[in-house]
Design a binder for this molecule. Structure first.
Ligand code: 5AD
Ligand code: SF4
Length: 433
Protein backbone atom coordinates (compact mmCIF):
# COMPACT_ATOMS: atom_id res chain seq x y z
CA UNK A 1 0.00 0.00 0.00
CA UNK A 2 1.30 3.42 -0.97
CA UNK A 3 0.55 6.91 0.30
CA UNK A 4 0.93 10.39 -1.10
CA UNK A 5 0.61 13.58 0.96
CA UNK A 6 0.14 17.02 -0.59
CA UNK A 7 0.74 19.86 1.84
CA UNK A 8 -0.29 23.50 1.71
CA UNK A 9 0.48 26.25 4.19
CA UNK A 10 3.06 26.89 6.83
CA UNK A 11 5.98 24.94 8.29
CA UNK A 12 3.66 23.65 11.03
CA UNK A 13 1.54 22.00 8.38
CA UNK A 14 4.65 20.52 6.74
CA UNK A 15 5.74 19.10 10.06
CA UNK A 16 2.24 17.67 10.58
CA UNK A 17 2.55 15.96 7.20
CA UNK A 18 5.93 14.54 8.21
CA UNK A 19 4.21 13.13 11.30
CA UNK A 20 1.30 11.74 9.23
CA UNK A 21 3.94 10.04 7.08
CA UNK A 22 5.31 8.48 10.29
CA UNK A 23 1.86 7.21 11.26
CA UNK A 24 1.30 5.73 7.80
CA UNK A 25 4.71 4.06 7.71
CA UNK A 26 4.02 2.53 11.12
CA UNK A 27 0.91 1.00 9.50
CA UNK A 28 3.01 -0.51 6.71
CA UNK A 29 2.35 2.11 4.03
CA UNK A 30 5.20 3.21 1.76
CA UNK A 31 5.57 6.56 0.03
CA UNK A 32 4.28 6.74 -3.57
CA UNK A 33 6.23 8.55 -6.29
CA UNK A 34 3.14 10.43 -7.40
CA UNK A 35 -0.51 10.66 -6.41
CA UNK A 36 -1.40 8.51 -9.42
CA UNK A 37 0.27 5.45 -7.82
CA UNK A 38 -1.15 6.00 -4.36
CA UNK A 39 -3.74 3.93 -2.50
CA UNK A 40 -4.19 6.76 -0.02
CA UNK A 41 -3.96 10.42 -0.95
CA UNK A 42 -3.97 12.95 1.87
CA UNK A 43 -4.45 16.64 1.30
CA UNK A 44 -3.19 18.68 4.24
CA UNK A 45 -4.88 22.04 3.79
CA UNK A 46 -4.43 25.67 4.75
CA UNK A 47 -7.01 28.41 5.06
CA UNK A 48 -4.97 31.41 6.05
CA UNK A 49 -6.01 33.30 2.90
CA UNK A 50 -8.60 32.75 0.21
CA UNK A 51 -6.15 31.46 -2.43
CA UNK A 52 -5.10 28.30 -0.60
CA UNK A 53 -8.79 27.50 -0.09
CA UNK A 54 -9.44 27.50 -3.83
CA UNK A 55 -6.43 25.34 -4.68
CA UNK A 56 -7.83 22.48 -2.60
CA UNK A 57 -10.86 21.99 -4.83
CA UNK A 58 -8.82 21.86 -8.01
CA UNK A 59 -6.51 19.23 -6.48
CA UNK A 60 -9.46 17.16 -5.31
CA UNK A 61 -10.80 17.20 -8.87
CA UNK A 62 -7.50 15.69 -10.06
CA UNK A 63 -7.43 13.06 -7.33
CA UNK A 64 -10.94 11.95 -8.20
CA UNK A 65 -9.56 10.56 -11.47
CA UNK A 66 -7.27 8.21 -9.50
CA UNK A 67 -10.37 6.59 -8.01
CA UNK A 68 -11.73 5.88 -11.46
CA UNK A 69 -8.66 3.70 -12.16
CA UNK A 70 -8.25 2.33 -8.66
CA UNK A 71 -11.68 2.15 -6.96
CA UNK A 72 -10.10 1.10 -3.66
CA UNK A 73 -8.00 4.26 -3.45
CA UNK A 74 -8.91 6.55 -0.55
CA UNK A 75 -8.85 10.34 -0.48
CA UNK A 76 -8.39 12.15 2.82
CA UNK A 77 -8.47 15.82 3.75
CA UNK A 78 -7.07 17.27 6.94
CA UNK A 79 -5.53 20.50 8.21
CA UNK A 80 -6.90 23.97 8.66
CA UNK A 81 -9.44 24.16 5.82
CA UNK A 82 -10.94 20.82 6.91
CA UNK A 83 -11.10 22.15 10.46
CA UNK A 84 -12.77 25.39 9.41
CA UNK A 85 -15.27 23.96 6.93
CA UNK A 86 -16.13 20.64 8.55
CA UNK A 87 -19.10 18.83 6.99
CA UNK A 88 -19.59 21.60 4.41
CA UNK A 89 -16.37 20.48 2.73
CA UNK A 90 -17.50 16.85 2.61
CA UNK A 91 -20.76 17.91 0.99
CA UNK A 92 -18.94 20.03 -1.60
CA UNK A 93 -16.44 17.26 -2.32
CA UNK A 94 -18.14 13.85 -2.53
CA UNK A 95 -14.88 12.09 -3.46
CA UNK A 96 -13.53 12.62 0.07
CA UNK A 97 -13.48 9.39 2.15
CA UNK A 98 -11.62 10.59 5.21
CA UNK A 99 -11.56 13.95 6.89
CA UNK A 100 -10.04 14.85 10.23
CA UNK A 101 -9.15 17.81 12.43
CA UNK A 102 -5.88 19.44 13.28
CA UNK A 103 -6.60 17.96 16.73
CA UNK A 104 -6.89 14.24 16.00
CA UNK A 105 -4.19 13.34 13.52
CA UNK A 106 -3.22 10.48 15.85
CA UNK A 107 -6.57 8.82 15.06
CA UNK A 108 -5.67 8.36 11.39
CA UNK A 109 -5.26 4.54 11.69
CA UNK A 110 -8.85 4.12 12.96
CA UNK A 111 -10.21 6.49 10.32
CA UNK A 112 -8.49 4.53 7.55
CA UNK A 113 -10.00 1.31 8.90
CA UNK A 114 -13.47 2.83 8.86
CA UNK A 115 -13.03 4.09 5.31
CA UNK A 116 -11.76 0.69 4.17
CA UNK A 117 -14.92 -0.82 5.64
CA UNK A 118 -16.90 1.48 3.35
CA UNK A 119 -17.85 4.26 5.75
CA UNK A 120 -17.20 7.93 5.29
CA UNK A 121 -14.75 8.55 8.11
CA UNK A 122 -15.05 12.17 9.17
CA UNK A 123 -14.02 13.40 12.58
CA UNK A 124 -13.80 17.16 12.97
CA UNK A 125 -13.41 17.94 16.65
CA UNK A 126 -14.29 21.27 18.21
CA UNK A 127 -11.65 20.95 20.91
CA UNK A 128 -8.39 19.01 21.23
CA UNK A 129 -9.06 15.59 22.84
CA UNK A 130 -7.39 14.44 26.09
CA UNK A 131 -5.09 12.06 24.28
CA UNK A 132 -3.75 14.42 21.58
CA UNK A 133 -0.21 13.89 22.93
CA UNK A 134 -0.30 10.39 21.46
CA UNK A 135 0.75 12.10 18.24
CA UNK A 136 4.28 12.46 19.61
CA UNK A 137 4.61 8.67 19.87
CA UNK A 138 5.08 8.55 16.10
CA UNK A 139 8.32 9.57 14.43
CA UNK A 140 8.38 12.04 11.53
CA UNK A 141 9.32 11.08 7.99
CA UNK A 142 11.66 13.78 6.72
CA UNK A 143 13.18 14.65 3.35
CA UNK A 144 15.98 16.66 4.89
CA UNK A 145 18.50 14.47 6.71
CA UNK A 146 20.27 17.23 8.61
CA UNK A 147 17.71 19.91 9.49
CA UNK A 148 14.53 18.92 11.27
CA UNK A 149 11.41 20.68 12.42
CA UNK A 150 10.21 19.98 15.94
CA UNK A 151 6.74 21.21 16.85
CA UNK A 152 6.92 22.49 20.42
CA UNK A 153 3.52 24.01 20.78
CA UNK A 154 0.16 24.07 19.15
CA UNK A 155 -2.54 26.67 18.85
CA UNK A 156 -2.51 30.34 19.63
CA UNK A 157 -4.08 32.50 22.35
CA UNK A 158 -3.59 35.81 20.56
CA UNK A 159 -6.64 37.15 18.83
CA UNK A 160 -5.30 39.02 15.83
CA UNK A 161 -8.47 40.25 14.19
CA UNK A 162 -7.57 39.03 10.68
CA UNK A 163 -6.52 35.52 11.62
CA UNK A 164 -8.26 32.14 11.46
CA UNK A 165 -5.53 30.27 13.35
CA UNK A 166 -7.04 30.41 16.85
CA UNK A 167 -10.13 28.78 15.30
CA UNK A 168 -8.35 26.14 13.24
CA UNK A 169 -5.62 25.25 15.70
CA UNK A 170 -7.27 25.90 19.04
CA UNK A 171 -5.89 27.34 22.24
CA UNK A 172 -2.22 27.50 23.06
CA UNK A 173 -0.88 24.13 24.28
CA UNK A 174 2.82 23.72 25.04
CA UNK A 175 4.32 20.33 24.36
CA UNK A 176 6.10 19.03 27.45
CA UNK A 177 9.84 19.60 27.84
CA UNK A 178 10.46 15.85 28.21
CA UNK A 179 8.63 15.04 25.01
CA UNK A 180 10.50 17.74 23.05
CA UNK A 181 13.90 16.72 24.40
CA UNK A 182 13.27 13.08 23.68
CA UNK A 183 12.41 13.88 20.05
CA UNK A 184 15.49 16.12 19.73
CA UNK A 185 17.68 13.32 21.11
CA UNK A 186 16.35 10.81 18.64
CA UNK A 187 16.72 13.27 15.75
CA UNK A 188 20.35 13.88 16.64
CA UNK A 189 20.95 10.12 16.77
CA UNK A 190 19.51 10.03 13.29
CA UNK A 191 22.11 12.53 12.03
CA UNK A 192 20.23 15.82 12.45
CA UNK A 193 22.44 18.85 13.10
CA UNK A 194 19.94 21.72 12.97
CA UNK A 195 16.78 21.76 15.03
CA UNK A 196 14.02 24.15 14.03
CA UNK A 197 11.48 24.63 16.82
CA UNK A 198 7.99 25.33 15.56
CA UNK A 199 4.79 26.80 16.89
CA UNK A 200 2.17 29.29 15.73
CA UNK A 201 3.52 31.46 18.49
CA UNK A 202 6.65 29.72 19.65
CA UNK A 203 7.89 32.49 21.92
CA UNK A 204 4.84 31.84 24.14
CA UNK A 205 6.07 28.30 24.83
CA UNK A 206 5.81 27.40 28.50
CA UNK A 207 3.33 30.11 29.53
CA UNK A 208 0.66 27.45 30.14
CA UNK A 209 2.99 25.05 31.98
CA UNK A 210 4.94 27.46 34.17
CA UNK A 211 8.09 27.54 32.05
CA UNK A 212 9.64 29.91 29.49
CA UNK A 213 10.93 29.71 25.95
CA UNK A 214 14.37 30.80 27.18
CA UNK A 215 14.51 27.70 29.41
CA UNK A 216 13.49 25.55 26.46
CA UNK A 217 16.29 26.74 24.20
CA UNK A 218 18.89 26.31 26.96
CA UNK A 219 17.73 22.72 27.41
CA UNK A 220 17.62 21.93 23.69
CA UNK A 221 21.13 23.34 23.31
CA UNK A 222 22.36 20.96 26.02
CA UNK A 223 21.41 17.93 23.94
CA UNK A 224 24.68 16.51 22.67
CA UNK A 225 24.99 16.89 18.92
CA UNK A 226 22.63 19.86 18.41
CA UNK A 227 24.75 22.20 16.32
CA UNK A 228 22.21 24.80 15.30
CA UNK A 229 18.88 26.02 16.68
CA UNK A 230 16.26 28.07 14.86
CA UNK A 231 12.67 28.81 15.76
CA UNK A 232 9.50 30.12 14.10
CA UNK A 233 7.28 32.05 14.60
CA UNK A 234 7.92 34.55 17.33
CA UNK A 235 5.40 37.15 18.42
CA UNK A 236 6.98 40.53 19.19
CA UNK A 237 4.84 40.89 22.31
CA UNK A 238 6.23 37.71 23.89
CA UNK A 239 9.86 38.38 23.00
CA UNK A 240 11.37 39.19 26.39
CA UNK A 241 14.83 40.40 27.32
CA UNK A 242 15.38 37.06 29.10
CA UNK A 243 14.77 35.32 25.78
CA UNK A 244 17.09 37.63 23.84
CA UNK A 245 19.81 37.13 26.45
CA UNK A 246 19.42 33.36 26.07
CA UNK A 247 19.63 33.69 22.28
CA UNK A 248 22.86 35.69 22.65
CA UNK A 249 24.37 33.25 25.16
CA UNK A 250 23.59 30.01 23.39
CA UNK A 251 26.17 29.47 20.65
CA UNK A 252 23.91 27.20 18.58
CA UNK A 253 21.11 29.78 18.21
CA UNK A 254 21.42 31.19 14.71
CA UNK A 255 21.61 34.93 14.07
CA UNK A 256 18.23 35.15 12.40
CA UNK A 257 14.73 35.72 13.67
CA UNK A 258 11.39 35.77 11.90
CA UNK A 259 9.40 38.43 13.72
CA UNK A 260 6.14 39.35 11.97
CA UNK A 261 5.34 43.05 12.26
CA UNK A 262 2.23 42.91 9.99
CA UNK A 263 1.89 46.71 9.71
CA UNK A 264 3.68 49.92 10.65
CA UNK A 265 0.81 52.20 11.58
CA UNK A 266 -0.16 52.25 15.25
CA UNK A 267 -3.79 52.76 14.32
CA UNK A 268 -3.79 49.66 12.10
CA UNK A 269 -1.79 47.63 14.64
CA UNK A 270 -4.46 48.47 17.19
CA UNK A 271 -7.26 47.42 14.84
CA UNK A 272 -5.35 44.18 14.25
CA UNK A 273 -5.06 43.77 18.05
CA UNK A 274 -1.36 42.98 17.79
CA UNK A 275 -0.57 44.30 21.27
CA UNK A 276 2.43 46.51 20.36
CA UNK A 277 3.13 49.81 18.65
CA UNK A 278 5.54 50.52 15.81
CA UNK A 279 7.93 52.09 18.35
CA UNK A 280 7.77 49.05 20.64
CA UNK A 281 8.47 46.74 17.71
CA UNK A 282 11.49 48.82 16.69
CA UNK A 283 12.72 48.77 20.31
CA UNK A 284 12.64 44.95 20.26
CA UNK A 285 14.68 44.96 17.05
CA UNK A 286 17.13 47.37 18.66
CA UNK A 287 17.41 45.14 21.75
CA UNK A 288 18.13 42.11 19.55
CA UNK A 289 20.81 44.08 17.69
CA UNK A 290 22.42 45.21 20.93
CA UNK A 291 22.68 41.68 22.30
CA UNK A 292 23.48 40.02 18.95
CA UNK A 293 25.30 42.49 16.70
CA UNK A 294 25.07 40.52 13.42
CA UNK A 295 21.43 39.59 13.89
CA UNK A 296 19.28 39.35 10.75
CA UNK A 297 15.52 39.66 10.48
CA UNK A 298 12.61 38.53 8.37
CA UNK A 299 8.98 39.48 8.71
CA UNK A 300 5.38 39.12 7.52
CA UNK A 301 3.40 42.11 6.27
CA UNK A 302 -0.29 42.45 5.52
CA UNK A 303 -1.06 45.10 2.92
CA UNK A 304 -4.49 46.74 2.75
CA UNK A 305 -5.98 45.84 6.13
CA UNK A 306 -9.48 47.43 6.42
CA UNK A 307 -9.30 51.25 6.62
CA UNK A 308 -5.55 51.33 5.83
CA UNK A 309 -4.80 54.79 4.41
CA UNK A 310 -1.86 55.97 2.35
CA UNK A 311 -0.38 57.48 5.50
CA UNK A 312 -0.78 54.20 7.40
CA UNK A 313 0.94 52.33 4.59
CA UNK A 314 3.85 54.81 4.62
CA UNK A 315 4.50 53.68 8.21
CA UNK A 316 4.83 50.08 6.97
CA UNK A 317 7.37 51.22 4.37
CA UNK A 318 9.16 53.15 7.10
CA UNK A 319 9.53 49.99 9.23
CA UNK A 320 11.03 48.19 6.21
CA UNK A 321 13.54 51.01 5.73
CA UNK A 322 14.50 51.14 9.38
CA UNK A 323 14.89 47.42 10.03
CA UNK A 324 16.24 46.37 6.62
CA UNK A 325 14.81 42.85 6.77
CA UNK A 326 16.64 40.17 4.81
CA UNK A 327 13.31 38.68 3.79
CA UNK A 328 9.77 40.02 3.73
CA UNK A 329 6.72 37.81 3.20
CA UNK A 330 3.95 40.16 2.16
CA UNK A 331 0.29 39.35 1.68
CA UNK A 332 -2.72 41.27 0.51
CA UNK A 333 -5.27 41.30 3.29
CA UNK A 334 -7.77 38.50 2.67
CA UNK A 335 -11.05 38.62 4.62
CA UNK A 336 -11.58 35.35 6.52
CA UNK A 337 -15.07 34.34 7.58
CA UNK A 338 -15.67 34.34 11.35
CA UNK A 339 -12.85 36.75 12.10
CA UNK A 340 -13.52 40.26 13.50
CA UNK A 341 -11.83 42.03 10.55
CA UNK A 342 -14.13 40.25 8.07
CA UNK A 343 -17.01 42.55 8.85
CA UNK A 344 -15.02 45.74 9.50
CA UNK A 345 -16.03 48.76 7.48
CA UNK A 346 -13.53 50.32 5.12
CA UNK A 347 -12.38 47.23 3.21
CA UNK A 348 -9.61 48.36 0.85
CA UNK A 349 -10.20 47.85 -2.91
CA UNK A 350 -8.05 45.20 -4.56
CA UNK A 351 -6.40 47.69 -6.98
CA UNK A 352 -5.17 49.72 -4.01
CA UNK A 353 -3.78 46.58 -2.32
CA UNK A 354 -2.03 45.58 -5.55
CA UNK A 355 -0.49 49.01 -6.00
CA UNK A 356 0.74 49.13 -2.38
CA UNK A 357 2.13 45.65 -2.68
CA UNK A 358 4.05 46.66 -5.82
CA UNK A 359 5.63 49.60 -4.00
CA UNK A 360 6.48 47.45 -1.00
CA UNK A 361 8.18 44.82 -3.16
CA UNK A 362 10.12 47.49 -5.05
CA UNK A 363 11.40 49.01 -1.83
CA UNK A 364 12.30 45.61 -0.40
CA UNK A 365 14.20 44.72 -3.57
CA UNK A 366 16.40 47.79 -3.20
CA UNK A 367 16.99 46.99 0.48
CA UNK A 368 17.90 43.38 -0.18
CA UNK A 369 20.26 44.27 -3.02
CA UNK A 370 22.13 46.54 -0.62
CA UNK A 371 22.11 43.88 2.13
CA UNK A 372 23.27 41.17 -0.27
CA UNK A 373 26.29 43.21 -1.37
CA UNK A 374 27.48 43.35 2.25
CA UNK A 375 28.08 39.58 2.13
CA UNK A 376 30.69 39.96 -0.65
CA UNK A 377 34.05 38.56 0.54
CA UNK A 378 32.75 37.62 4.01
CA UNK A 379 33.32 34.21 5.55
CA UNK A 380 30.14 32.40 6.61
CA UNK A 381 29.46 29.16 8.43
CA UNK A 382 27.30 26.99 6.16
CA UNK A 383 25.53 23.72 6.95
CA UNK A 384 25.31 21.72 3.74
CA UNK A 385 21.88 20.15 3.32
CA UNK A 386 21.84 18.87 -0.25
CA UNK A 387 24.16 17.86 -3.07
CA UNK A 388 23.58 17.80 -6.81
CA UNK A 389 26.04 17.44 -9.66
CA UNK A 390 29.12 18.66 -7.82
CA UNK A 391 27.30 21.48 -6.03
CA UNK A 392 26.64 21.62 -2.33
CA UNK A 393 23.75 23.70 -1.07
CA UNK A 394 23.31 24.99 2.45
CA UNK A 395 22.31 27.90 4.62
CA UNK A 396 24.32 30.47 6.55
CA UNK A 397 23.48 31.09 10.18
CA UNK A 398 21.70 34.21 8.91
CA UNK A 399 19.43 31.97 6.81
CA UNK A 400 20.77 32.73 3.32
CA UNK A 401 21.24 29.96 0.76
CA UNK A 402 24.77 29.37 -0.48
CA UNK A 403 25.99 27.03 -3.19
CA UNK A 404 29.61 25.92 -3.58
CA UNK A 405 31.51 23.41 -5.64
CA UNK A 406 32.53 20.49 -3.47
CA UNK A 407 32.24 16.84 -2.59
CA UNK A 408 29.32 14.92 -1.19
CA UNK A 409 31.33 14.05 1.94
CA UNK A 410 30.65 17.60 3.20
CA UNK A 411 26.91 16.97 3.45
CA UNK A 412 25.70 17.51 7.01
CA UNK A 413 28.91 19.36 7.95
CA UNK A 414 29.30 22.93 9.17
CA UNK A 415 31.89 24.44 6.87
CA UNK A 416 33.46 27.88 6.44
CA UNK A 417 32.68 29.42 3.08
CA UNK A 418 33.93 32.64 1.48
CA UNK A 419 31.14 34.43 -0.37
CA UNK A 420 32.14 35.25 -3.93
CA UNK A 421 28.85 36.16 -5.62
CA UNK A 422 26.03 37.44 -3.41
CA UNK A 423 22.91 37.40 -5.58
CA UNK A 424 19.63 38.82 -4.33
CA UNK A 425 18.10 35.65 -2.89
CA UNK A 426 21.01 33.18 -2.85
CA UNK A 427 24.78 33.33 -2.94
CA UNK A 428 27.76 31.51 -4.43
CA UNK A 429 30.91 30.85 -2.48
CA UNK A 430 34.06 28.81 -2.17
CA UNK A 431 35.22 26.43 0.55
CA UNK A 432 37.90 27.57 2.98
CA UNK A 433 40.01 24.81 4.47
N1 5AD B 1 -4.97 38.01 5.11
C1 5AD B 1 -3.70 38.16 4.66
N2 5AD B 1 -2.63 37.67 5.30
C2 5AD B 1 -2.84 37.00 6.45
N3 5AD B 1 -1.98 36.41 7.29
C3 5AD B 1 -2.70 35.86 8.30
N4 5AD B 1 -4.02 36.08 8.11
C4 5AD B 1 -4.14 36.80 6.98
C5 5AD B 1 -5.23 37.34 6.26
N5 5AD B 1 -6.47 37.21 6.68
C6 5AD B 1 -0.53 36.44 7.12
C7 5AD B 1 0.15 37.07 8.32
C8 5AD B 1 0.77 35.90 9.02
C9 5AD B 1 1.10 35.01 7.85
C10 5AD B 1 1.36 33.58 8.21
O1 5AD B 1 -0.04 35.12 7.02
O2 5AD B 1 1.12 37.97 7.84
O3 5AD B 1 1.91 36.26 9.77
FE1 SF4 C 1 -2.37 27.83 7.09
FE2 SF4 C 1 -2.36 29.02 9.45
FE3 SF4 C 1 -3.15 26.54 9.29
FE4 SF4 C 1 -0.58 27.12 8.93
S1 SF4 C 1 -1.78 27.37 10.82
S2 SF4 C 1 -1.79 25.77 7.69
S3 SF4 C 1 -0.75 29.11 7.87
S4 SF4 C 1 -4.14 28.34 8.38
Amino acid sequence: MKYYIKTFGCQMNFNDSERLGGILQSMGYEPAQSYEDADLILLNTCTIREKPDQKVYSHLGEYKKVKEKNPRALIGVCGCLAQRMGQELVQKAPMVDIMFSSFNMHQLPELIQQAQAGYRATAILEEPPQDEDKLWDYPTVRDNQFCAYVTVMKGCDKNCTYCVVPKTRGRQRSRSLESILSEVESLVKDGVKEVHLLGQNVTAWGQDIGMSFAELIYRVAQVDGVERIRFTTGHPKDLTEEMVRAMAEIPQVCEHIHLPVQAGSNRVLKLMDRGYTKEEYLEKIQMLREYIPNMTFSTDIIVGFPTETEEDFEHTLDVLKRVEFEQVFSFKYSPRPDTPAYSMEGQVPDEVKTERMRRLLELQKSIISKKARLYQGTVQEVLFESYQEGKLLGRTRTNRWVSVEGGEELLGKLVRVKITKPHLYSMEGELIF
